[in-house]
Design a protein around this ligand. Structure first.
Ligand code: CP
Length: 311
């Protein structure tokens, strides 16, 4: 891969996306073995630097690096010198001084990974920057859709909910458009930012409008930590107008895929019976997240040949 960093899906070509997904698909087998470790990143050091909370992304990046035999260092803003007032750039300079090969960063400020990528020689991977992008989530979502649907050209993906605050929605939109999919977005007016049409999405305001034609329904998390009180009157009202329950799901195609990036607010974005239904591929998304992150670390840190699961 001829990139130093992965900062977003906005500038990735169809070929680059498919290359990452192909390598990820091959790495899945490593996690099915009794000894779940392969050697290609032996002697390399990967740092996860999380300035925002995470379960899936942080754990799967750490596990991906370990399965490829890299050494891992985990920085979490809570309990670090960030609490004493150290700036992001000073923290990053100190991490860089330990000569890592890759820094994986999640930060509330859009553009934080881009700043690090310009300043330091190691690979920088964006694990979510504010409301901008979450490219590895986009890639794992694309892999999950591709597993079930094959080529995504001409497929219809409905993205529903708090689009305004969703870096997941933005990365998916860029990736899906690059692969030729039709993207239909629905959410309350306060949660649909301007400019979505210019990015290639069809903007609809009712969930029922998008559910019926969709091959995939991607429900987004309500991001309470990023919104003021004016954006949503109550969870109950949101759920009534924009939540996915079994009644709404009955109107969808019988083979529709239901996705959610997690963590789910059960009973708000979707009812528990939908989250746990046979249409839900939410835990497959998590499994694919590990494979996608293995593929990215492998490709960014020098692996070029088709890995054959890197022996
Ligand atoms: N989907 C996602 O980014 O989950 P975490 O916040 O748990 O990493």
């Amino acid at each position: 891969m001829r990139r130093k960093d992965l900062l977003g899906l906005q500038d990735l070509s169809k070929e680059e996306i498919n290359r990452i997904l192909d390598v990820a698909a091959r790495f899945r087998s490593v996690s099915e073995r009794r000894i779940k470790k392969v050697p290609p990143l032996r002697g390399r050091t990967v740092v996860t630097a999380f300035f925002e909370d995470s379960t899936r992304t942080r754990l799967s990046f750490e596990l991906a690096a370990k399965r490829l035999s890299a050494d891992t260092l985990n920085f979490s803003a809570k309990g670090s010198s960030t609490a004493k007032g150290e700036t992001l750039m000073d923290t990053a300079r100190n991490i860089d001084a330990m000569r890592p090969d890759a820094i994986i960063i999640r930060h509330a400020a859009a553009g934080a990974p881009h700043m690090l990528a310009r300043a330091f020689p190691c690979a920088v991977i964006n694990a979510g920057d504010g409301i901008n992008e979450h490219p590895t989530q986009g890639l794992l979502d694309l892999l999950t859709m591709r597993d079930h649907l094959g080529d995504l050209q001409g497929r219809t993906v409905a993205i529903v909910g708090d689009v305004y605050h969703s870096r997941v929605a933005r990365s998916n939109l860029f990736g899906l458009r690059a692969l030729g999919a039709r993207v239909r977005v629905a959410g309350p007016g306060t949660m649909c930012p301007p400019g979505l049409s210019e990015l290639g999405a069809e903007v609809c305001h009712g969930i029922d409008e998008v559910v019926e034609e969709a091959d995939v329904i991607m429900m987004l998390r309500i991001q309470r930590e990023r919104m003021g009180p004016a954006m949503m009157s109550s969870s109950r009202e949101y759920s009534r107008f924009y939540g996915l329950d079994l009644e709404r799901l009955k109107r969808a195609r019988p083979e529709v895929l239901v996705m959610h990036p997690g963590p789910i607010n059960r009973g708000v974005e979707m009812s528990p019976d939908v989250a746990d239904s046979t249409r839900s591929v939410i835990l497959e998304q998590v499994t694919n997240g590990l494979a996608v992150r293995m593929a990215l670390l492998y490709l960014l840190l020098g692996g070029e040949e088709a890995p054959d699961a890197a022996s």
